[in-house]
Ligand binder design. Structure first.
Ligand code: PGA
Length: 243
């Protein structure tokens, strides 16, 4: 039985003061949310300590937006697993299309990050997905398969989340058709060969499409960017009702 994971990625948004305000609105809205789903938010590093205090006693868990493969060292701007565990962080997003694009992160680096997360007791959320051009050229499946094979090499599928995020759908308002997202998530599951693997969809998820997405048989949750910045809209997503 795969328990859906609803995760919000705040990216480079939210000061500590804004995070406090967000939580004051959000927590009452999830007080009656069924516990058949996990709720997660990934704040920027500067707000993790504040958020760690605020989530205490709630069902909300924390994710980081990155994690390094070394425990410490001369890696300016990076974050070590132990620094996250100190704040009760449970998940770590790796391989998001933004660091892949802006900082040329490779599948090999992403694999190092994900392995480091797992071996330190964090659950990596490994993002994969094709660009618009790759989809138009009919290369989507080949690209995603390569990302899956290289990025997930040596990982334990029982302590892993894969997020299928077609890049053309991120922050554009263009959601992937739910049936197509479901088809790709099913393919990923078959490539990994683990029926219990949790696979999220990400890309312009919002209150208006969450119920349909969560009704799909191979979509086990969502990774939400823009719509997680407003507490009300993320609460509506958290309170999805699958048909
Ligand atoms: P979006 O971002 O929901 O704003 O499209 C998704 C993501 O980047 O994970």
């Amino acid at each position: 039985m795969r328990k859906p994971v609803i995760a919000g990625n705040w990216k480079m948004h939210m000061t500590c003061a804004q995070a406090r305000e967000w939580m004051a609105t959000f927590l009452p809205l999830i007080a009656a949310t069924p516990n058949d789903r996990e709720l997660v938010v990934a704040p920027p590093f500067t707000a993790i300590s504040t958020m760690a205090d605020l989530v205490k006693g709630s069902t909300l868990e924390l994710s980081s937006q990155n994690v390094h493969w070394e425990g410490h060292g001369a890696y300016t701007a990076e974050i070590a697993p132990g620094m996250l565990l100190e704040h009760d962080v449970v998940y770590a997003i790796v391989g998001h299309s933004e660091p892949r694009k802006y900082f040329s992160e490779s599948d090999e680096q992403i694999n190092h990050r994900a392995r480091s997360a797992q071996s330190n007791g964090l659950i990596p959320i490994v993002c994969v997905g094709e660009t618009d051009e790759q989809r138009t050229r009919g290369e989507a499946e080949r690209v995603i398969r390569r990302q899956v094979e290289q990025g997930l090499e040596g990982l334990d599928p029982a302590k892993l989340i894969v997020a299928y995020e077609p890049i053309w759908a991120i922050g554009t308002g263009k959601t992937c058709e739910s049936t197509e997202a479901n088809r790709i998530c099913g393919l990923i599951r078959s490539w990994v060969g683990s029926p219990d693997l949790i696979i999220q969809y990400g890309g312009s998820v919002k209150p208006g499409n969450i119920d349909e997405l969560m009704s799909m048989s191979d979509i086990d949750g969502v990774l939400v960017g823009g719509a997680s910045l407003e507490a009300e809209s993320f609460a509506r997503i958290a309170n999805y009702q699958a048909g």
